[in-house]
Design a protein around this ligand. Sequence first.
Ligand SMILES: [Zn+2]
Ligand SMILES: [Zn+2]
Length: 155
Amino acid sequence: MSGAVERHEGPTVGPGMRRTRQRQLVWEALQELGPHHTADDILEHIRGRYDVGLPKSTVYRALDTMLETGDATACRLDDAGLRYELAEAPHAHAICTGCNRVFHIDDLALRVAAQGLVGMYDFLPLRADLTVRGLCATCRAAAPAARFGGEHSPS
Ligand SMILES: [Zn+2]
Ligand SMILES: [Zn+2]
């Protein structure tokens, strides 16, 4: 890090990098929508809010740039493709298979897992995308017999 990167109310502006209007729109959309939205969700939001005919490729390009600059992160939670969110502290995702709600898990869980990898495989993880599937408290109340490792599919 050269320290030349400035923080604004918006996407990162680095040397030789222009803050485009498009990137600003995507940044605002991510902030308004909250985490875990697909590029299509973001596109739809921008079109609905500003009534601008933004091409899909532009949104994808803006999202790619934001991943590179570290302004946003992406994760794959289901078959809908990558889901984006503004970058925050490292965290893992837990998805309830009962109600499909997504929870953020503290990065402690990731650090514990990382230490385990070093000990067991002499492998040093630098970054990890962890997604845990399970049941939230509400759904568990309806399925008290669920156990880790056992398949459970509430229907
Ligand atoms: Zn998330
Ligand atoms: Zn649930």
